[in-house]
Ligand binder design. Structure first.
Ligand code: FES
Length: 164
């Protein structure tokens, strides 16, 4: 079912709406496919703005409350825009002992973001994550796909300046 009008949203382009309509069309009659549809819509836009969740609810013939409930329950989904670059700072035990707090402080001082926040210009999103399984490299910070181990807090800015 393609709905006749799309809500206005600055982050959702006409091409994205076309793709979203296709996704909803393919999934609306498939029971239990809400999570898949949400994931595909998030891949399309980058996150799930609330007007899009309402639109998805309508397209999937579900209550908005149900769609919001699922989207807010799973950490996989984000209702807020993410940055172009995602910094994952490991807050597991080994990284904690080796000084990840100091690294987080440097990021906060340099870019004015704390865990869970995104810069207003969307350059960086900072996320605290559990053990990344690379404790031998503690403290560990992952930027996009790049793993940075044994990070010296004094190097943090130098590392991050490569990511625009
Ligand atoms: S605690 Fe950081 S990688 Fe294991």
């Amino acid at each position: 079912m393609v709905m006749d009008h799309h809500p206005e949203h600055p982050d959702v382009t006409a091409e994205m709406w076309t793709r979203i309509d296709t996704i909803l069309d393919e999934h609306s009659s498939v029971p239990g496919s809400l999570i898949t549809a949400l994931r595909l819509c998030q891949d399309t836009v980058g996150y799930l703005p609330p007007p899009l969740l309402d639109y998805i609810a309508e397209g999937m013939n579900l209550a908005s409350s149900q769609v919001f409930g699922v989207a807010t329950f799973y950490s996989l989904f984000s209702l807020k825009p993410k940055g172009r670059n995602i910094i994952k700072a490991c807050t597991g035990t080994a990284c904690y002992v080796k000084g990840i707090k100091e690294i987080l402080n440097h990021i906060r001082n340099s870019y004015s973001i704390s865990e869970g926040e995104t810069m207003p210009d969307r350059r960086f999103t900072l996320e605290g994550v559990r053990c990344l399984g690379a404790c031998g490299l503690a403290p560990v910070m992952v930027v996009n796909e790049d793993i940075h181990g044994n990070v010296d807090p004094k190097q943090v800015k130098g590392i991050l300046e490569d990511y625009q």
